[in-house]
Design a protein around this ligand. Sequence first.
Ligand code: MN
Length: 514
Amino acid sequence: MAPAAARPLPDILAAMASKTDADTALVKKAYEFSKEAHKDQRRFSGEPYFFHPAEVGFFLAEAGMDAEAIAAGLLHDTIEDAGVKPQSISDEFGASVLRLVEGVTKLGTLRYRGLERHTESLRKLFAATAKDIRVLIIKLMDRLHNARTLEHVPRPEKRIRIALETLEIYAPIADRLGMSVTKQELEDAAFPHAYPEDYKKMLSLLKERGGEREKRMEKVERDLKRELGQAGVRNFRTEARIKGTYSLFRKLQRKNWDIDKIYDVLALRVIFPAVADCYTALGIIHAQWRPVPGKIKDYIAFPKPNGYQSIHTTVYTGDGSALEIQLRTEAQHREAQYGIASHLTYKEAQSGSGGGRGGLDWVRQFFPAWRKSAKDPGAAPVRGTVPDWVKELAHADQVEASEEYLDTLKTDFFSHRVFVFTPKGDVIDLPIHATPIDFAYAVHSDLGNKMSGARVNGKMVSLDTELRNGDVVQVVTKPSAKPSRKWIDNAKTNMAKKHIRAALSALQKNEPKR
Ligand code: MN
């Protein structure tokens, strides 16, 4: 049902992380400015247009973003859709709010059509993001509200395109930024429009056994509270985690639609004050219920590259079924919700290049995979808040065809990932099915070009070996080594393929003519 009024200003102010007078004044002014600018416009739904930016501003406040980002969210469509002059945005709200608004603004409608235009917008989005990561987060919230109102988009092809793009590009970006709430919200909004038949099928499957599943979880929850209490652990809270509809669908596809094989449709989350409590609880849980072998994942000791930390275990519940339990601290829980967004303050959001460099240790702690720039191994560690992958997308070869650019986005950056380690313990994340060749080129192109072999977990392996999560990969180099044509087939990432092709053609040029 459509809401009767735009999201009121007090909701936004209440959700803001910082409530200084200057911050609330800026947001208040942007709210009124946007309302006035859009006053004669309507959305497809027939609602006043201002409903949209007001909601985007609210999402940003909820995610813990700063006042400038919230103001830019409220103003994000004023230039493109309401004819406001860029100059008046900068006069009223300052240069950095204008930069954010312009970063989010799509390209003009004249020069590009269809895929071309869309790819160009994405490229521009990443270019703006490379300067200020807040642009990407505003764009995600803009997309979230658009995805939630998809039923009003009249043309079905357009509706499906927006839904697919949300699933394939925007939700994975949210995931890479550790914004799990936003990721799930994007997926849940888009999934029914992208795959309506599958969505219906899944809902009916869920309904069939839903009651049983809930009862089973409640019983484990009761027993667990008792066990923990008897062991003297009393300071904790529990909550049910319901799997998002789209990630459940993806899992159902992998399990031939057998929902009984999926143990985390519902999961039990237990949240403690300290990390030590999580390990104590894990011991108590495993003493009471037998864990399912191979399903214990310690993301506290080994955080995911997007910063996610929790212990997951799946236990047999004694009735032929099993249940996933997730253990984490309050701080880890907060971070798991909004990831990078909850860490951004005005100063930290400045780009690493030019001014604004600061001691951003939190970046490393939050993004352990952030490493020296892949292009320049001698450079100082990345100190901005912009991940390398965003920069790579921003600087992607301008002549790269649109199809190829979208392919790169989907396969290199957002498909299922494996996380492997360098011998020094740095995390490198790669697409699933990646080989040591991809690993070498992800670390540095010179490493790839001089590779003569690879060790995985201490053993020499062939270069077409598929890497698995947690593998420690060591590249063996020889000064005389050079890439072979066969590597192109063995590589999974477009980045590796591109470097191999470049190295091969350079070799050919230097070959003496006969
Ligand atoms: Mn918008």
